[in-house]
Write a protein that binds this ligand. Sequence first.
Ligand SMILES: O=C(O)C(=O)C[C@H](O)[C@H](O)CO
Ligand SMILES: [Mg+2]
Length: 403
Amino acid sequence: MSKITAARVIITCPGRNFVTLKIETDSGLHGVGDATLNGRELAVASYLNDHVIPCLIGRDAHKIEDTWQYLYRGAYWRRGPVTMSAIAAVDMALWDIKAKAAGLPLYQLLGGACREGCMVYGHANGVTIEDTLAEAQRYIDRGYRAVRLQSGVPGLASTYGVSKDKDFYEPADADLPTENLWSTEKYLRSAPELFAAAREQLGWDVHLLHDVHHRLTPIEAARLAKDLEPYRLFWLEDAVPAENQANFRLIRQHSTTPLAVGEVFNTIWDCKQLIEEQLVDYIRATVLHAGGITHLKRIANLAELYKVRTGCHGATDLSPVTMAAALHFGLSIPNFGIQEYMRHTADTDAVFPHQYQFADGYLHPGDAPGLGVDIDEPLAEQFPYQRAYLPVNRLEDGSMHDW
Ligand SMILES: O=C(O)C(=O)C[C@H](O)[C@H](O)CO
Ligand SMILES: [Mg+2]
């Protein structure tokens, strides 16, 4: 028994907001978990402070599954990003404590390494195709084996994935949501041109990925997937919103372009049909938003039966705590596919000292006991919370659209 004696939520903004849960035990060991929900951070902080932490004090930190069930079933109100991010933070922190108590890096407790490292993809973007491909080459030169390409759409002032700062993409940028304008027609014309130019200039030895960011209807997505087929993408991501999982059938009927989805999923129930009907190839649910390692393991195990591989979300709004957890997880499961990797700013890296390292296109979580990541609390205090929202999207006629 290792009794939980204290738990607290730390909110910090070293360039962007992060919510971190720190759990302390009577053995002197502590663990950390990420509870960041971009643009809705304080809702998870309150869920933890007001409703979860009082139930944790005095519990046995080693009873991870029991605590998961207690928080999930015990709340009566199930699922949803706030609940599942809060449960995930507790779960990560408890796995961190257990691995530290064992004196082992977490991946050893999850079954041991299945590979030498986790292949990652970086984000190349630019306003023009030329800029985007120059960026992609920069990633390739740094050793990346996989690169996501997002380019500006001629005729649109801005679009998802194209940033001002080349290394750090942060879409949550304003005190109130920024309004963007979207045209599906313009986008569907320009996206295939980007990938045609990419294959011509970058060749075929690099994996190329693309994120549609939930903006198309199923038949539009089918057309895009078909148009992109000659360029052999590693995946086409979030081609349509996935509340209706059956939407993916239509895309599948028309194209062999591999499909990825799931960064906004919270539970196995969001992807059960997608996996069982083999409607996608990669599942992007994360440790953070899908209930922690305990729950993501269930999703990955189900996916393995259907040859669906993981491709966990790893944008900058997932803190280094999530990145560390994702790498231990990815190293240990048989059906790992790829890990998204957007580098954090120097301030974020300083607030969250971590062991994971990039080499030759792979990330390795390191061999320190636990997750191999911590939070520097005095430094975190120097970066107070700043409200920030993700943008919203409208069509050219003013209708609200998915961002
Ligand atoms: O990284 C991706 O694939 C994304 O789509 C990033 C999301 O827009 C971001 O994480 C939202 O908070
Ligand atoms: Mg995405």
